[in-house]
Design a protein around this ligand. Sequence first.
Ligand code: ADE
Length: 226
Amino acid sequence: MEIDVFTLFPQAFDWFREQRHVRNALALGHRLDCVDPRESSTLAGRSVDDTPFGGGAGMVLRVDVMEAALRARYGGDPVELPRRRRVIALTPGGRVLDDAWAAELAAQPELTLLCGRYEGFDERIVEHLCSDSLSIGRYVLAGGELAAMVVCDAVLRKLPGSLGHAESAVEESFSPALEGRPEYPHYTRPADWRGWRVPDVLLSGHHEQIRAWRRERSRARGGPLQ
Ligand code: ADE
């Protein structure tokens, strides 16, 4: 899979790239590239934003700057791009990411994520240059970079081989294997900590009973997210 992140702060991803599951995914041949729209800006001083029409606080990312950045990266008319690949604007008001959507995105061969800053995007970026707008939750971050990393993290860990042998993304919270429910609780040593004991069934060695107990605990923790 190839992920391009359009960001004014590419260095923000240096730490993320070093994380084990990301390194694993990159070593398997997947790609995570950052593209800085400032580099293709033809405006004075490589400017990328401007004040909002109608007044108001902050600055807005310009549609012509994003158009130039997409054209420089992919060629052709960027308005046609969302028909060929998923181009996703990261914005607090977008469709909220959940496990099912992360799985759908993980099945894409190519993904483009656009990070906003300041007051966000000129709405024409979202309307005419993107296939989707995505929110990681109903709160406002200073920019889309952390949201892009959340998306990349949720997507990359679903790619076969990015988690080590010891871990698995199959039976985890919100997965189809758990019918979209939260995961069951986990315990490790000591089996007795200050009188709080690990449930006996987990120490019993009865795999069938353990499976049944875990399903029951997962169900008790809640229904699938809406
Ligand atoms: N940009 C700023 N806040 C955001 C959020 N909550 N989700 C996605 N992108 C954002």
